[in-house]
Design a binder for this molecule. Structure first.
Ligand code: ASP
Length: 354
């Protein structure tokens, strides 16, 4: 009996030792994972933004306006860079950076959104997480101060990818978002713009508006980022195109057209004549050229912006970043408001030759 008791005690001891070892090795595995994240102070990270493309030339901008754009681009991208530098996620950097541009009347997004034929705001936005391929978009909203935040809520807290109009606004009320009266978006500048373009269109035969490119611009805002964990994200926010009718939706809220992110390839945000970006599935096309054809980020972006889009008739620009921190900022218009923050170096440009 004594022997049986001894055997039983030895057995219990050995099982408990094994369990302790297992849990120790589990916790040391966890430790390794956590350490390896922290042990990456030199992991590449970076952020790129655009504030629209079009007839942006030195001659078309006053010195004070040029300074104002410069300052706002700098403020927005510095915010995103700080988030990334402190170990924040690419998604958060994209969202917060875009918020700053949405709150400025300088860009065609949020406060400065262009107006429809009925002189009303109808805003679009989308965001995509390259790690999970999760995405959210909203279109035709007029009571959400920062549409990119609603796109984020669609991505994170709904079973859907794209919500529109009234339904999107009902969903917004269930989230903790800042709501505004549509009049918040109706600025004197955009009222004047839409009235001018409506007059110019009066004598034209087209049953659809044609963007008055000469002298005007696409002012959509976009951001792409790579965080220290190697995750990519992209976001785009816009008022669409001046004088749009019939609930028109452009490329900006469409995943794959105006916005796309995939850790395996790149993160992309576009600005330009949305119908052509939708038809060219521009943002996804750039990712696909990298994934299936082995093109570099720069080659893929250049092929789409300088070959494929012009063949269709599309004008505009693209910003993109890949998982190594390579970036591209290309456009087939005279200018594009753009900035990049890489390796503690801030770069802000507007015109073609800079
Ligand atoms: N792409 C946007 C749209 O077509 C316009 C812009 O980029 O400003 O709605």
């Amino acid at each position: 009996m004594k022997n049986i008791l001894l055997l039983w005690a030895v057995l219990c001891l050995s099982i408990s030792c094994q369990q302790t070892n297992k849990s120790q090795s589990k916790s040391s595995q966890k430790q390794t994972t956590a350490d390896s994240v922290q042990q990456k102070p030199n992991a590449p990270f970076g952020i790129v933004i655009h504030g629209g493309a079009g007839y942006i030339t030195k001659e078309s901008l006053s010195d004070s306006l040029e300074k104002a754009y410069h300052e706002k681009l700098s403020e927005a991208i510095s915010k995103g860079n700080e988030i990334l530098k402190n170990g924040g996620s690419a998604v958060e950097a994209v969202q917060r950076t875009i918020n700053i541009m949405e709150d400025s009347p300088l860009f065609n997004a949020g406060k400065g959104a262009v107006l429809t034929h009925e002189e009303q705001p109808e805003l679009d936005a989308s965001i995509m997480d390259g790690k999970t391929l999760n995405a959210g978009g909203v279109s035709g909203v007029s009571t959400i101060k920062n549409p990119i935040n609603l796109a984020y809520e669609v991505m994170e807290n709904s079973a859907h990818v794209l919500l529109s109009g009234k339904g999107a606004e009902v969903f917004a009320k269930t989230r903790n978002l800042t709501l505004v009266d549509p009049s918040y978006f109706i600025t004197p500048k955009q009222l004047q713009n839409v009235r001018r373009i409506k007059k110019e269109q009066e004598n034209k035969q087209s049953n659809f508006y044609t963007p008055d490119l000469n002298g005007s611009k696409f002012g959509t805002v976009g951001c792409v980022a790579l965080d220290k964990n190697g995750n990519l994200a992209a976001g785009t926010s816009t008022g669409g195109m001046t004088n749009k009718k019939w609930g028109r939706i452009g490329d900006s809220p469409i995943i794959g057209a105006g916005t796309y992110a995939n850790n395996a390839t790149c993160a992309v945000s576009g600005t330009g004549w949305g119908e052509f970006y939708i038809r060219g599935v521009v943002a996804y096309d750039i990712s696909a050229l990298m994934e299936y054809k082995g093109l570099s980020l720069e080659e893929a972006v250049k092929k789409v912006i300088y070959e494929k889009q012009p063949q269709l008739g599309g004008e505009g620009g693209i910003i993109a970043i890949d998982h190594l921190g390579n970036i591209a900022m290309e456009f087939n218009t005279p200018g594009m408001f753009r900035a990049s923050y890489l390796n503690d170096e801030l770069n802000i440009k507007m015109y073609k030759k800079e």
